[in-house]
Design a protein around this ligand. Sequence first.
Ligand SMILES: Cc1cc2nc3c(=O)[nH]c(=O)nc-3n(C[C@H](O)[C@H](O)[C@H](O)COP(=O)(O)OP(=O)(O)OC[C@H]3O[C@@H](n4cnc5c(N)ncnc54)[C@H](O)[C@@H]3O)c2cc1C
Length: 380
Amino acid sequence: MPAMPDSAGVVIVGGGPVGSALALALRDHGKRALLLEAQTARSADRRPLALSYGSRLILERLGVWPELGMFATPIRDIHVSQRGGFGRARLEASETGLPELGYVVDYGRLAQLLAQAASACVTCHHGAHVLAWQGGDPARVRYEYEGEQQELAASLVVVADGGAVSGAASGDYRQCAVTARVVSERPHNNTAYERFTRHGPLALLPDGDGWALVWTTTPGRAQDLCIADDDRFLAELQREFGNRAGRFVETSARASHALHRRRASSDAAHVVFIGNAAQTLHPVAGQGFNLGLRDAWELAGHILDTADDAPGSPAWLQAYRRRRSVDRGGGIGFTHGLVSLFSNDLLPLGLIRGTGLALFGCMPPLKNFLARRMTFGARG
Ligand SMILES: Cc1cc2nc3c(=O)[nH]c(=O)nc-3n(C[C@H](O)[C@H](O)[C@H](O)COP(=O)(O)OP(=O)(O)OC[C@H]3O[C@@H](n4cnc5c(N)ncnc54)[C@H](O)[C@@H]3O)c2cc1C
């Protein structure tokens, strides 16, 4: 790399929802920030995201909730069950003291609103493809933008690329999540269903006038569900989910997402990972973006607490990691625990699951504890 690159303050690699949220949180504070995002167009990804009430509060402070909220469907009631087994649990917003348990939005809209708001107040280069970064004081970033390779020195490089450049996933769930919009004969009444099946969890989330589906299954079956004609797909969904939502009558085209696991560990000076680049989780508990948004929010606070304009020293990074470790560890542990407990067919585990669900259903303090952890993270 050349010796004297241009100098920037905080460089954010990746303008997905987490990177854009960080850029927004740094606005108005006189900190120099530059966001580099590879894509130029709105993401066509319509995967449904369940936002926690805690995420709503952060998005309100970032100023995007008024517009996003118009497209968000509240969740007020959650039903959890397992196919072919006893035990079920129900969680209602009224039991938790929260106005709503969460909100369903789509990834493309969320990413676009955050990116637009970030571009209005922070320098954002869309179409800038980051090729490499290097820790050090200063850290460096090499990227391609408008046909030219460029290089920057930065007091802090924040990697929010979803894991695209930052390295291989640390594990493959050997599962895919099939997403679609479906319509059934019964209204959703703001109820979300999570049903654990032999091949993985199936979530049916209230979304506008219909439902957003996240159906986790084996890669082969996912591929088959994506190419099935609508009638066959609806029949298979009905068989797997049962009749709680009435008869399924309509479906959109399906998309399939391969599920990986990642936990980044980097001790490079002046480089920090957030969002999916730091930890990629199974969608079973709907925690990935919620956790990533808290990464961004807390990192912004940590940067703004820094008196000088040079965050990123080893001690500074260590303090940020400590600040995030309980929340991150809790989110990762809870998600992996659910996947291990619910994604297999062993009889003893089936009994433990059923008993756990039945107990959970009649223990209000436990429900309250879990709802607050999932809403606000470990500080809940
Ligand atoms: C099916 C499914 C359902 C999910 N449901 C939920 C849910 O209900 N609730 C929840 O909280 N989470 C959920 N998640 C997880 C959630 O989608 C992720 O946690 C979230 O998208 C992470 O955001 P991010 O900004 O960190 O990464 P990403 O969304 O991956 O964004 C990364 C950005 O970096 C850019 N980029 C990549 N490489 C480069 C490069 N070389 N140079 C510049 N830019 C680059 C990309 O273009 C992209 O814009 C779900 C995930 C899946 C797969």
